[in-house]
Design a protein around this ligand. Structure first.
Ligand code: RB5
Length: 162
């Protein structure tokens, strides 16, 4: 499974730590940058990663910025993408199990320590979409997108659709 990883300057240190963790999991990582603490506008990175996920070039995405908010908002503008801001293991797991999120966005300033971020990422990657009553709700989200953007109305990412 290819995992996309991206950050802005505020998420850079945490992104580097997560890259090492993903290597230990023997995950195949595609790093979308940024690669320093030089300021970069987070939508640029979020767009690159979200487009790759929407094209199935990466199965999951992990974005890191200061709050996890801007990255998720930007990624969700790409048709077919479901990105969620998560700051703990519980929401990371449910983002996958219930919301069929392909991408999570973590706030480096919120999560603070590396160990916590590693646990959050592991919870997301180890979880599976549970289907059931969530399927109809996700189909409704896709229908909203279809109505306003002319995007797909297929009910989620093709790799994870039940
Ligand atoms: C810095 O650009 C900051 O706004 C960003 O890291 C993030 O917190 C946005 O939501």
């Amino acid at each position: 499974m290819v995992i996309g990883l991206g950050c802005d300057h505020r998420g850079f240190r945490l992104k580097e730590a997560l890259r090492k963790h993903l290597a230990e999991r023997e995950a195949s990582v595609h790093d979308f940058g940024t690669n320093s603490e030089q300021p970069v506008d987070y939508p640029i990175i979020a767009l690159r990663l979200a487009v790759a996920v929407s094209r199935c070039e990466a199965a999951r995405g992990i974005l890191v910025c200061g709050t996890g908010l801007g990255m998720a908002i930007a990624a969700n503008k790409v048709p077919g993408i479901q990105a969620a801001t998560v700051h703990d293991v519980h929401t990371a797991r449910l983002a996958r199990e219930r919301n069929d999120a392909h991408i999570i966005a973590i706030g480096a300033d919120v999560v603070k320590n590396e160990e916590n971020a590693v646990r959050i990422v592991a919870a997301f990657l180890d979880a599976r979409f549970q289907g059931g009553p969530s399927v109809a709700k996700i189909a409704r989200i896709a229908a909203i997108e279809h109505r306003f953007r002319g995007g797909r109305s297929t009910g989620g990412h093709p790799w994870t659709r039940p």
